[in-house]
Design a protein around this ligand. Sequence first.
Ligand code: EPZ
Length: 434
Amino acid sequence: MEKFVVKGGRRLSGEVTISGAKNAAVAILPAVILSDEPCIVENVPSISDVNISLRILKEMGAEVTMLGKDAYRIDPTRIDKYCVPYETARKMRASYYFLGALLGKFNKARVSMPGGCPLGDRPIDQHLKAFSVLGADYTLSQGMIDLTADRLHGNQIFFDVVSVGATMNAMLAAVKAEGLTIIENAAKEPHIVDLANFLNSMGANIMGAGTDVIKIRGVERLHGTNYAVIPDQIEAGTFMIAAAATKGDVLIKNVIPKHLESITKKLEKIGVNIEQFDDSIRVWVDGPLVKTSVKTTPHPGFPTDMQPQIATLLTLAEGTSIVTEGVWEQRFRYVDELRRMGADISVDGKVAVIEGTGRLMGAPVKACDLRAGAALIIAGLAASGITEIEDIFHIERGYDCMEGKLRSLGADIEKVNFPDSTSDSGNDGKKEAV
Ligand code: EPZ
């Protein structure tokens, strides 16, 4: 097993380059299935969720060739399996994008229900509603979702909740459906726009991505493309907060500043200095950090995937801050770990009250999910003493060499091996999918 050991107290400074967006890549890779020709996808982050997506594609019969550190040629023309089994699907929540992509291409799909669920209830009713409205029948049996359709036809899909995954899956399924599909109450995240741009670059006809109404006119075939994934908004935001928490001065490169607006505005309120350039952003702190209130909402609001990181920063700010989670039912599981580091946080349902103590102390802690893990690294960087973070596989699902990038900014962070005390119980420590 591996853990991160962080010696806190070092101010981050220098330059860091952000990788491709996880939440775009995990939809774009399955979307290649829809093409009748090979595709090249660039700026793909080196993270375990991407490795799993590529493995699923290979298991289905796609030919995957690595062209460089972050580029792949994927030839989907020999795909002859339409199933993602439990063993693979449980490792990655986003395996549900194979449902939309396979259905859109072959009119059938068989994918295991995604596994473990550390953010509270994570239903996929809206995904299934979209498939059904487009003409597919679905059955759920023994943990597998089966989709079949004689043919898919365009239709009007109205989502009852704003869902990133359901919006992307509806786009994947509708892109080749006959006629016009109108998705209403669609999610507007940057990765929705990126998937639409990717599909359009293959010959799809999608309009309105990034607004709450997306119109898709079905096309008969999609051709190959060469496409670069957008930079990761959340990785960039995480480095912005790491810079702020250590009172550092960091230039964050390969970003789209527009995607970072809600994060930038909130950080400025807390007392963080931010200067935006075309594709980079400088973050530095030269004064006190002060309290604020934050509520997470779908894009363009403050992203839920930045909630643990900003809550951690607010433990270092003066005064009482309020953080309200507006997307997930349970996204405060990391608070117990921060308390072990001296944070004063009380949680009531979806609201956390943070009494800024201005300091954190190193402690052994565990990452309970991806962003919680990133928040603990930030806490460790800002804390006095040593922080040891276990269950780092969560972090490696979504951050491309986080420790290497932090080291290049002057952080003292190492990945070390340690014996797995639970190995007798057969627990491989990697059971949760998120
Ligand atoms: C995506 O998850 C992201 N994952 C999550 O990022 C992110 O937290 C989330 O969007 C919100 O931004 C990927 O893109 C792979 P949702 P997703 O469907 O699509 C409810 C990270 O840290 N809902 O937008 O699964 C749901 O319960 C991860 O990178 C339904 O009720 O999220 C939630 O309350 C974690 N029925 C809300 O909608 C449905 O059918 C938003 O979920 C679907 C969702």
